[in-house]
Design a protein around this ligand. Structure first.
Ligand code: DX5
Ligand code: ZN
Length: 221
């Protein structure tokens, strides 16, 4: 079963707790949390304190995507904040192997993300250290960008190398039109920000459910 992981980057920043509860009630499988530092990516969101504050509102799974460099000094803080999965970028520093070991040592599941310009080969040597590979299908930093199709061949390549147990997550520009080729190539987790939150709000959450179902329907047809 493919998991839909709404990114709260596209939700109301003044209302994370209620947004998370609303989107989970509408069928979200995981909650995707985008941490940006204004250095690794050209945007800033929030840090571990915000993750700790939203944690009690997450009933499913808190999937923390770190778009920060360096990563290692902050792993403990995100683990303490209650992250279930911590994903670090392979481009974020010279020691991804050490970073992934440290994430697991902190008690979390480990993920590695790769930017559109990074080949799948870059993460192959660390596949035995991860539970998830996040294939970015936009250049990270902002929601609402267009899906980059040339990233698709990486998905099947990673599925072949990682076997059935590896989560392959697609992040960026995922919606009803782009979800199916990702799943057909072997993805099992779809991050969707704008495609899930568009048209709804905490006081009118039913569009969240309709948007999630539209992605599911697109996958199944
Ligand atoms: C991009 C983030 C994504 C983003 C996806 O830097 O990592 O998780 O929120 O947003 P959409 O689905 O709108 O492309
Ligand atoms: Zn993300």
């Amino acid at each position: 079963m493919v998991k839909i992981a709404p990114s709260i980057l596209a939700s109301d920043f003044a209302n994370f707790g209620a947004e998370i509860e609303a989107v989970e009630a509408q069928g979200a499988d995981w909650i995707h949390v985008d941490v940006m530092d204004g250095h690794f990516v050209p945007n800033i969101t929030f840090g571990p304190e915000t993750c700790a504050a939203i944690r009690p509102h997450v009933k499913t799974l808190m999937d923390v995507h770190l778009m920060i460099a360096p990563v290692d000094p902050y792993i403990e803080a995100f683990a303490k904040a209650g992250a279930d999965i911590i994903t670090a970028h392979v481009e974020a520093g010279p020691h991804i192997h050490r970073t992934l070991q440290a994430i697991r040592a902190a008690g979390c599941r480990a993920g590695v993300a790769l930017n559109p310009g990074t080949p799948a080969e870059a993460v192959r040597p660390v596949l035995d250290l991860v539970d998830l590979v996040c294939v970015m299908t936009v250049n990270p930093g902002f929601g609402g960008q267009s899906f980059i199709e040339s990233c698709l061949p990486k998905i099947s390549q990673l599925r072949e190398w990682g076997g059935p147990g590896l989560h392959i997550e697609i992040d960026g520009g995922v919606g009803p039109k782009t979800a199916k080729p990702c799943v057909d190539a072997g993805a099992d987790v779809l991050v969707a920000g704008s495609a899930v939150f568009k048209g709804g709000s905490v006081s009118n959450p039913s569009p969240y459910g309709e948007n999630i179902r539209a992605i599911r329907t697109a996958i199944d047809t």
